[in-house]
Design a protein. Structure first.
Length: 476
């Protein structure tokens, strides 16, 4: 009797709380996807394709839409812990569920570490006396505390941080549209002449639109969180339906419109010169043109909030993925335990150790190790996205019913998304960064595969995967 009670308690201790509203879920995904890439990193993509990069962002948003909608349909039917990884374990095989989740955990750790370094650098912009390492520890403590509190508190804070970014981008687009099409008393409307000046709309050729996708697609990284948050949604069916549709529409509009505004107001070669520097950000160039005082300080605040929000969301995702792996016997069992607040504390702590290590590597630049880690991120994200779409095709072939909405076009749309991802990966033939990603990612996958078949396969208990689906079914 005692053993049975203990087993039951342990079973209950592995459950997560369903506390996230549909608005919070959408904002959590936005928090990860709407990051510093828009405010600072757009210069690299502009440098590759010129004004035609607008088409790259439009194509990228369509590819991202297939991923988000496929995840949304599956998650609305199965709001399981571990999201896309657990779905892959059911509809493909336990191996693919294992590989996708471990690769994604590495993604979250590396990205969170990089975002913390960025936060520390933006803080040093205002307070140079604070060393970068101290800034990393300060912001790490902040996001760890947020994640340890409760998922409800996490959702509220992430909603607030993401709202700041969303409002800022919306205001930027609104003000920029006035400058482009209406003008101010002190200056006439800029119009769209800059889009075709200095070499035309596609000064680097139309092939550059394809090549720029290797940079542009990663601006949409974070949409996977829609699937992971499903296990903690108050009303999974409604929340996921709303979040999947609104998130991708907002991201597509924000990226395409914001980049379009920048290119209408700033010569593309000048915008392309911006390289991860607040003072030379395309946003600062536009704010300066409007005459907003302290444009660099406003932008620094925005990128600090963007980086902190992305770090917070990625730590959340990493802890939930680790909790899911542990629940299925693919990580130390202790990581499956949750606190009285239904928070996977061990998963948060383990992910935090990893992210601080990644941050140290990024700050120190030891042997370029962090650059290779980020190359693995590039490879892993592409593979995870592809597995999401392949899982969706397998899901639809089973004829599953009960989803609260369906992706238009079903498997055909998923196949188009897969073709788009293959096109992005095909830039490996001409892009040095993608070549490094393949050289690092390929051996990493081989190593993970060997580890699975030699050590971990025997630890999987299919009953645990079935349990996750049964639990999700009871909450629909």
């Amino acid at each position: 009797m005692t053993t049975s009670t203990t087993d039951t308690d342990h079973h209950q201790d592995r459950h997560l709380a369903r506390s996230l509203g549909h608005g919070q879920m959408a904002m959590i995904a936005m928090g990860s996807a709407l990051g510093t890439g828009l405010f600072l990193g757009s210069g690299e993509a502009i440098g590759i394709a010129g004004p035609a990069v607008i088409l790259s962002f439009a194509i990228g948003s369509l590819i991202a839409a297939t991923i988000a909608l496929a995840m949304g349909e599956m998650a609305s039917r199965h709001p399981v812990r571990g999201g896309f990884g657990t779905l892959a374990a059911r509809y493909l095989s336990p191996f693919w569920g294992y590989l996708s989740r471990w690769l994604y955990w590495i993604v979250t750790v590396c990205v969170t570490g990089a975002e913390l370094v960025a936060c520390a650098a933006y803080l040093a912009y205002w307070v140079p006396a604070i060393p970068i390492w101290a800034g990393i520890l300060i912001f790490a403590a902040v996001i760890i505390a947020i994640n340890l509190s409760s998922v409800g508190s996490f959702g509220v804070i992430e909603f607030f941080l993401s709202s700041i970014k969303v409002i800022a981008v919306f205001v930027f687009i609104l003000v920029g549209a006035v400058l482009v099409f209406v003008g101010l008393p002190s200056q006439p409307a800029a119009g769209i002449v800059e889009l075709t000046a200095d070499g035309g709309f596609a000064p680097m050729g139309w092939g550059a639109v394809w090549l720029a996708l290797s940079v542009v697609m990663f601006s949409f990284g974070g949409i996977e969180l829609l699937s992971i948050t499903a296990a903690e949604a108050k009303d999974p069916a409604r929340s996921i339906r709303t979040a999947a549709r609104t998130t991708i529409v907002r991201l597509a509009f924000f990226y395409v419109a914001a980049i379009g505004i920048v290119l209408c107001l700033v010569p593309w070669q000048q915008a392309a010169g911006a390289r991860e520097d607040v003072a030379t950000s395309p946003f600062v160039m536009v704010f300066d043109r409007v005459g907003i005082p302290g444009a660099a300080h406003v932008t620094n605040l925005l990128v600090l909030v963007a980086a902190l929000s992305a770090a917070n969301a990625n730590l959340y995702a990493g802890s939930r993925i680790l909790h899911s792996l542990a629940s299925d016997g693919l990580a130390p069992r202790i990581a499956a335990a949750t606190t009285a607040r239904k928070v996977p504390m061990v998963g948060i702590v383990a992910s935090s150790v990893g992210l601080i290590g990644a941050a140290v590597l990024a700050f120190s630049g030891v042997g370029g190790v962090f650059n290779y880690m980020m190359s693995l991120v590039v490879f892993a994200v592409l593979m995870v996205w592809a597995l999401i779409l392949v899982t969706y095709v397998a899901y639809r072939r089973r004829g599953i019913t009960g989803a609260t909405f369906r992706m238009p076009g079903g498997s055909v749309t998923a196949a188009v998304g897969l073709f788009g991802l293959l096109a992005v990966f095909a830039t490996v033939t001409v892009s040095s960064s993608m070549q490094i990603a393949a050289l690092v990612g390929g051996p990493a996958v081989v190593l993970a595969t060997v580890l699975y078949f030699t050590v971990l396969r025997g630890r999987i208990d299919p009953a645990h995967i079935d349990e996750a689906f049964d639990e999700a079914e009871s909450m629909r």
